[in-house]
Design a protein around this ligand. Structure first.
Ligand code: FES
Length: 159
């Protein structure tokens, strides 16, 4: 059995302290890097993804009860977090435009009989592709593309 002197034991103790300091610094550096990566915006989800309608690409599952309004012709649904209104026309096609009226931001409604969108606030009207057909709004709604998967009963809305 090896016998250690007091100095040898003290040297090992210092080594352990140094080791722990280095581990601590390393851990701190990793945490700092994670923070900096998060802070550059690269991996933070957009809290308002539909705000500028910049990156619209989502899929609606029509099998879900919450989306049942889109199962019938003339039905529509506002996807609030995306600020998009999706409608199933009487001709059984899907249309999607930004839901915020370009006048003062009120959410528009779909009118199946005239196949257009009406703002209930001051009466602006927009065509099925979002063009202004009656003011006071002067700017169009943003139109989005749709792709219906009949087999899966899902609808993709995208730009
Ligand atoms: S907010 Fe839509 S017409 Fe004024």
């Amino acid at each position: 059995m090896e016998i250690q002197t007091k100095d040898e034991i003290q040297a090992k103790t210092i080594d352990r302290k140094d080791f722990m300091k280095q581990v601590g610094l390393g851990f701190g550096a990793i945490m700092l890097m994670n923070c900096l990566q998060s802070c550059d915006g690269g991996e933070i989800p957009d809290p308002n993804p539909g705000g500028g309608n910049g990156n619209i690409d989502f899929t609606i599952d029509l099998n879900q009860m919450a989306n049942s309004s889109l199962r019938t012709k003339g039905g529509f649904k506002v996807i609030s977090d995306q600020k998009v209104i999706v409608a199933r026309t009487l001709a059984d096609t899907f249309i999607a435009v930004s839901s915020a009226c370009t006048h003062q931001g009120t959410t528009v409604n779909y009118r199946p009989n005239s196949n257009d969108f009406l703002c209930p606030n001051h009466g602006s009207e927009f065509t099925a592709v979002g063009a202004v057909q009656k003011g006071p709004a002067t700017s169009p709604l943003t139109k989005f593309a749709t792709s219906f998967d009949e087999t899966a009963n899902t609808l993709r809305v995208f730009q």
